[in-house]
Design a binder for this molecule. Sequence first.
Ligand code: 13P
Length: 256
Amino acid sequence: MPKVRDRWAIANWKMNLLPSQTAGYLERLRARLQETQVSVAVCPPYPHLPAATAAAAGSRIRIGAQNLSDRLQGAFTGEVSAAMLQDVGVSLVLVGHSERRRLFGEDDALVAAKMRVALEHGLCPVVCVGEGLQERKVGQTQLWLQHQLQPLWEVAQAFPQAPWLIAYEPIWAIGTGEAATPSIAQETIAFIRVQAEQHLGDIAATLSILYGGSVDPGNASPLALQPAIDGFLVGGASLNPEAFAAIAEALGAAEA
Ligand code: 13P
């Protein structure tokens, strides 16, 4: 059967490592990635991006940013535009990570606006959604996700040819060392896929949906074997290039 959806391993460094450590990291990652064919991206903080794109040049590692502004240019102190990211060779951007939503007040409308700006500039947005522990406990996970996803479908419909990704990251699994069980991740991502099919029709067939939350080399294989999971967005474990490569290899092995 032809492969329809790409499998992705994406590293989210969050606010870790230094610009001067970027080239060394990518050199080690490149050395370890020879054997796997999955798509790989690394998302360092903004100041690291020029070093990252230079170090990844000529390899199949893509470089992503962790955020972008919904504004195009002008008097927006501290913001970084899509055009700036594109100019330094970035091809992906995380949008609506739960840390942006919870700690920096990004709401669903702003997340959708950022997704739109990314697509308008040819950047591939990796849009993050996920419920908190409270929503899961009271059985409102699906309702919560529907709410977060709703504004995204409209944007996606306007760019039917443009690639984008969804990362399902339950907040209770992020940075806790307690990943979602393979069955919870499978079931929830399968639900997101049904929503995507309902709203996007045929174009949902190529949409990859990733899992994120305490993925490490030890739990990557059973998660990667779940048919709905198309890849991983990795935080803590991605800070070590060999550990991140092992996670990408687990994805590749599950596909073989
Ligand atoms: P951890 O892998 O550290 O749990 O972080 C997940 C995450 O938030 C990736 O974006």
